[in-house]
Design a protein around this ligand. Structure first.
Ligand code: NI
Length: 223
């Protein structure tokens, strides 16, 4: 996978502690040329702390109902072709949002959290109870973007990386991983300085302190 498996040892996200609904800032700029269906899907498809909480409850239920496999929660990493910094282009990022909405309108899922970096993105998706086929959704997402004539295609590497979330601790580690990622990759010095992630949604909901995820700069250089 793209980033090392090492998870954060910084302060943990206190997911599961607050109450007000999040502002739908993820929606961003609506695309010209989007169908009404995709537009509705885009508006409905926002990362939501509420969904994270229902996901936790679902993961808890899983422990007691081993024979029943509910919809998966999956952590995905998509990387650009030859790691070119294609996602720095606002049009490409916008096309990614549109593609997510387009796919979700036809094959439902929720984005629990996300981060978009210049050459890759990490997505945390919750799939419906009856349908855990995330590979289909990733394929459709890539295909939808490849049809955008204004984009230099192809955008993505053929393969992608996935990890099925096992339990509540695993969920929390991956939320931290996603939100710390821009710091980890050296783009910013604290999580909140990176705009294109769900971090701000979680802060507004009290799930993270706003100064969470500060780079550990106590690197002692040898002489
Ligand atoms: Ni990363």
């Amino acid at each position: 996978m793209q980033c090392s498996r090492q998870m954060l040892t910084t302060r943990h996200a206190a997911v599961g502690s607050a109450a007000a609904p999040l502002e739908p800032t993820y929606v961003g700029h609506a695309h010209t040329g989007m169908s009404a269906r995709d537009r509705r899907s885009l508006e409905a498809h926002r990362p939501s702390v509420d969904d994270v909480w229902s996901c936790r409850a679902r993961l808890t239920r899983m422990r007691y109902r081993r024979s029943h496999i509910p919809g998966a929660t999956v952590f995905l990493t998509l990387v650009t072709l030859r790691r070119a910094p294609l996602l720095q282009d606002a049009n490409v990022r916008s096309a990614l949002r549109s593609a997510v909405a387009h796919v979700a309108a036809r094959h439902p899922f929720r984005t629990l959290a996300f981060v978009v970096l210049p050459d890759h993105c990490h997505l945390l998706w919750q799939l419906p109870e009856h349908d855990g086929d995330f590979s289909l959704r990733v394929r459709l997402l890539k295909h939808h973007m490849s049809r955008r004539k204004e984009l230099s295609s192809p955008i993505w590497q053929k393969r992608f990386w996935e990890h099925l979330i096992r339990d509540e601790d695993d969920l929390r580690r991956h939320l931290d991983y996603i939100h710390y990622n821009p710091v980890k990759h050296g783009h910013v010095r604290m999580a909140r300085e990176w705009a294109d992630s769900s971090f701000q949604h979680f802060v507004e909901r009290g799930a993270y302190a706003k100064d969470w995820g500060i780079v550990d700069d106590l690197v002692v250089r040898g002489e």
